[in-house]
Write a protein that binds this ligand. Structure first.
Ligand SMILES: Nc1ncnc2c1ncn2[C@@H]1O[C@H](COP(=O)(O)OP(=O)(O)OP(=O)(O)O)[C@@H](O)[C@H]1O
Ligand SMILES: [Mg+2]
Length: 224
């Protein structure tokens, strides 16, 4: 088990009216090694909130989140940063590549805290991954010189560079055309199978969701 949520709830207080609103209620959810999971649901149903809690980027209002059996409440910032950097890879709707860096430099950014950016093994791994997503001949170009789909594939490589056990993707194909979206979906599955990386993807695309082994729907704060 990589991540386990037990009875997780999240509520916000509306600043204007002081009305308390439950976005997530009593969520039980697990991610095991090698899983591929899609989370679907209407806009505003709490998908990103849930994904951020799974990724320890946000904390629940109630309930317990365990990473490999340990309650993350007991983790200090350093340990949390380590988990987010090494064990989990994040992909968002927008690629968030740094515009002033080349593709190869961008995918090596998560290595910086490990202090081995110039290691031969790391460069070889970065090259191999960029090659596997069809970007081998673009590595010295900057994000501004690439298409949205190409940038998103580079963002996926960046998420994989530290060999995470889990990839969390929030609408990774949301800003892509149909072909690029299909290609990215296939890449995600390929990574799931070849590297045995668990994948949780939030998406509005049923085509992408149906590629995953399980599909959950979030509605009225409940996960089905
Ligand atoms: N920091 C916050 N303060 C108050 N309300 C918030 C906050 N963050 C999110 N919400 C509310 O929680 C609800 C769920 O938001 P969330 O972003 O998780 O939805 P979503 O399912 O990802 O939607 P979308 O498909 O549009 O991305 C929304 O109604 C949103 O307004
Ligand atoms: Mg969202």
């Amino acid at each position: 088990m990589i991540i386990e949520l037990s009875k997780v709830g999240k509520s916000y207080i509306n600043p204007g009216t002081n009305i308390h609103r439950d976005v997530l209620a009593d969520i039980n959810f697990q991610v095991n090694s090698g899983d591929s999971i899609a989370i679907i649901g209407p806009s505003g149903s709490g998908k990103s909130t849930l994904l951020n809690i799974i990724g320890t980027l946000d904390t629940p209002s109630s309930g317990i989140v365990k990473f490999k059996g340990d309650d993350v409440v007991s983790f200090d910032e350093k340990r949390l940063a380590q988990v987010r950097n090494r064990n989990i890879g994040f992909v968002f709707q927008s690629h968030h590549l740094l515009p002033q860096l080349s593709l190869i430099e961008n995918v090596l950014v998560p290595i910086i805290p490990n202090g081995k950016v110039n290691g031969k093994a790391i460069s070889a791994r970065a090259m191999e991954l960029l090659d596997s997503v069809g970007l081998a001949d673009r590595i010295h170009q900057r994000p501004g010189q690439l298409s949205g789909g190409e940038c998103q594939r580079a963002a996926l490589v960046r998420a994989l560079i530290n060999q995470p056990e889990l990839i969390l993707a929030d609408e990774p194909t949301g800003s892509l055309d149909q072909d690029s979206a299909g290609q990215l979906g296939d890449l995600l599955l390929d990574i799931n199978k070849k590297h045995n990386v668990a994948i949780v993807v939030v998406t509005h695309s049923l085509t992408l969701a149906e590629k995953m082994k399980s599909i959950y729907r979030l509605s009225h704060g409940k996960l089905e």
